[in-house]
Every structure is written in C-alpha cells, then in structure tokens.
Design a protein. Sequence first.
Length: 161
Amino acid sequence: MGFVFLIAVSALAHKGEHHGDQKKEEEPVDASSLEEKLLQKLNEEYVANVKPIFQRSCMNCHSTNVDYPWYHILPGAKQLIDYDVTEAKVHLDMTKDFPFGGHGTPLEDLEAIQSSLEKGTMPPFRYRAMHWSSRIGTDDLGTIQTWIKTGLAELRSLKTK
C-alpha cells in the first residue's frame, strides 16, 4: 500500500511529467557573435562577387591602393586628386574588405552605396570621364545590388532580434 501511495504522490508532484520530458532552457544567443558571423558571410560574398567590380570602379579612391594617373604630378591636378582620395577614404575605405573602414556602420555603408548607385553619383562623373573602364555595367550593377539587398535585410533583421 505504501508503494502505491508513493507512486501516486510522485505522479501528483510532477503533474504527470517526467524529468526527461522537461524542455531545456535555450541558451541566450550572443548578438555580437551573430553579427560577427553575418559580417564574415557578407565579406565572403563581397570578396567572391563584388570586390572585383569595386577594384575597377571604386578602390582607386576608396582604398590605400591608389594607382595615380600620369597627370598626378601636375600642379592643380595633384591637389584635386589628393583631396578627392582623402575625402573618399574618410567616407568609405575599402582597403580591408567588408566591413569597410570610414565613419559609417556596415548597415550605413550598404545604405550609402545603394543610394549612390541609385542616384548614379558613384563613381563621380569627373572620375568616369577620365577612366572609362570605371563605369559600372548593368550586370555588375545587378551583382552589387543583390549583395547589398541581402546584406541590408540580414543586418536589419539582426537589429530587431
């Protein structure tokens, strides 16, 4: 009789649940770790698909790897080019891949690049006039926009978690 009583009390105490049925609490997700993994993934996609386009169209001003034209030695041209390169790197420095250096966050950088591409302000006309190969074609534009769209969606979703 005592054995039956013990089983009944045990069942009531656990409300019919067994210890093995209890759900384990999920460990909190470290937001900085998620962001780091996301940025790494976006950088891998950037290096594979977008960087070659940016090397041709953007990095001559937005990196430390500037290939100065022959006329850089001319007074006036030198100052203008040096100023443009310095300003470009303050806003967006692509020297070390994504996330870029400069004054923006990765999200802000993607938004700024997207806006510049939509408005057609980058590369600037003055640069495109002297460097015809810097123009971004339709296929390349699509590649960049796809990368940006994916990055923006993932970074924004991370901010809401």
